[in-house]
Each structure stands twice: as structure tokens, then as C-alpha cells.
Ligand binder design. Structure first.
Ligand code: SF4
Ligand code: SF4
Length: 242
């Protein structure tokens, strides 16, 4: 039984899914993605990587692989957290009344990230991720996810007068996120840009009167997974044992 449903009308044959798949479960044939008979981890990475939304996972309930829990995460199912879930997350975070929260997505997030880039460039910050971002921008290919966001399509911001309140809200967000199956990672690069030029970013958050303390990219925690799993992929048969 197949694990994936691939909409061939949507598929443009870009090969992102095949490249991403740790099990080599997908190939490109005649400029379309095709599922092979190899084992599928049902990790859903191909689902969220596909720029055209052409892949749907049809998980087998018997799957007991290491991703059987992780795959239930919200971002594995199209990459976006619903307004309802965000509201629920906000409710848990703002209970103390000492923080404000806001999420950017879509074209507003694109504009915001352009401003982040401008500040990072002006200040000549030069970290490995900035170099990676510069490379991504120079070969700009809208099919490749922005390396700062990975496949994340939403960024949640925490505003507070004091850092303690922000940390408290962040902890609440993580705990509530576990229940809602929402994960992500804190972005230092976004916070660096905002800290360097708070005035520039104020326009994105009308009505917010506290200071931005944290930027949390909702999505895969791929940065931590990839360096471990990509070399492992080279070790023959390793994935047959998990
Ligand atoms: S990533 Fe999506 S569009 Fe690209 S080849 Fe795979 S299924 Fe097709
Ligand atoms: S769900 Fe994971 S293992 Fe299965 S085809 Fe997609 S990327 Fe590969």
C-alpha cells in the first residue's frame, strides 16, 4: 500500500521531495514525482517541502517508526497552524497579562524578512546562517525554503517589558504546543536584526506597546535533525533498523 498521494496536476517535477527523502522513497520520472516501494518513514518531510502542495500523506496506523509521534505535528500537515490553534496558544501564553503575542505569515512575513535581511546586511553580520542566506538569495529560487525559516511559514513573536515574562510565556507556549502538536525554534537571527533597529520593525506590530523579546519560527526543527540524519543516510541499511 502506498504512503503518499501525489497530485500529478500540481507536481512540477522540481525534485525537492526526492532530494529531501531520507529513505529514497520518491523518484522523478517524466518530470513527475513517483512513489517507490521502499519503506516510508511517514515523516511527512516531503509534504511540507513540496512548494506546490502536491503531496498528501496517507499514514498507515500500524506505522511504529521513530517519526510516528512527530508526524502528528501540525506543520507536517501543510505547514500552517490554524487561527484557532494560534488563539489557543495565545490564551496559554498571555494568561499573566504581562506579554503580547503576534504571528506574521504570508506576504507580510516576506516583507518582514526582507527588512531583516536589510538590517543584517547593513550591519555586516557574518555568521554561517547569514552566508547560507546570502547564497540562497543570490541563486534565488522560490522553490527552496528560506534557510532562516526552513520550511516555516509563520513566525510568532513574544513582546514583554521584562525578559522573565517572555521566558515564562515561551515555556507556556512550548507546553501548550506539545498538546496542540505545534513545534518550532527560536530565531536568533531575526532577534538580532530587530534589536539592532527596533524602529524599522514597529510597523509590523500596530497596537503592540511592549518590547519584542523572542521570535519563534513555527515549523520543523530541521536544523538540528539534518546534520545527524544526512550522514547517517550514507551508512548502508541504517534506516532498516529503525
Ligand atoms: S516537491 Fe512537489 S512539485 Fe516538486 S517534484 Fe515533489 S511532488 Fe512534485
Ligand atoms: S514521508 Fe518521509 S520517508 Fe516518506 S516519502 Fe516523504 S520524506 Fe520520504
Amino acid at each position: 500500500m502506498g504512503h503518499l498521494r501525489i497530485d500529478l496536476d500540481k507536481c512540477i517535477g522540481c525534485g525537492k521531495c526526492a532530494k529531501m527523502c531520507l529513505k529514497d522513497h520518491i523518484v522523478i520520472e517524466n518530470r513527475k514525482a513517483k512513489e517507490l516501494d521502499n519503506d516510508c518513514l511517514e515523516c511527512s518531510h516531503c509534504v511540507s517541502t513540496c512548494p506546490k502542495g502536491a503531496i498528501t500523506l496517507t499514514p498507515s496506523s500500524e506505522n511504529g517508526g521513530i517519526f510516528s509521534e512527530i508526524k502528528k505535528d501540525k506543520m507536517f500537515d501543510g505547514g500552517m497552524v490554524s487561527d484557532e490553534d494560534l488563539k489557543s496558544l495565545y490564551g496559554a501564553m498571555t494568561r499573566s497579562g504581562r506579554v503580547q503575542v503576534c504571528t506574521l505569515q504570508g506576504s507580510t512575513l516576506d516583507m518582514f524578512m526582507e527588512d531583516v535581511w536589510t538590517v543584517i546586511n547593513e550591519k555586516e553580520l557574518n555568521t554561517p546562517i547569514v552566508k547560507e542566506w546570502a547564497k540562497w538569495r543570490s541563486n534565488h529560487n522560490s522553490l527552496e525554503p528560506n534557510p532562516v525559516l526552513w520550511e516555516g511559514k509563520q513566525v510568532l513573536f513574544i513582546f514583554a517589558n521584562g525578559i522573565d515574562s517572555a521566558v515564562d510565556a515561551s515555556n507556556r507556549m512550548i507546553v501548550k504546543g506539545l498538546e496542540l502538536r505545534i513545534r518550532g525554534f527560536h530565531s536568533n537571527i531575526i532577534m538580532s536584526a530587530v534589536t539592532l533597529d527596533r524602529e524599522r520593525f514597529a510597523k509590523y506590530f500596530p497596537g503592540i506597546d511592549k518590547e519584542m523579546r523572542m521570535a519563534y519560527v513555527i515549523g520543523h526543527v530541521r536544523r538540528f535533525v539534518e546534520p545527524v540524519f544526512k550522514p547517517m543516510k550514507k551508512i548502508k541499511g541504517i534506516f532498516d533498523r529503525i
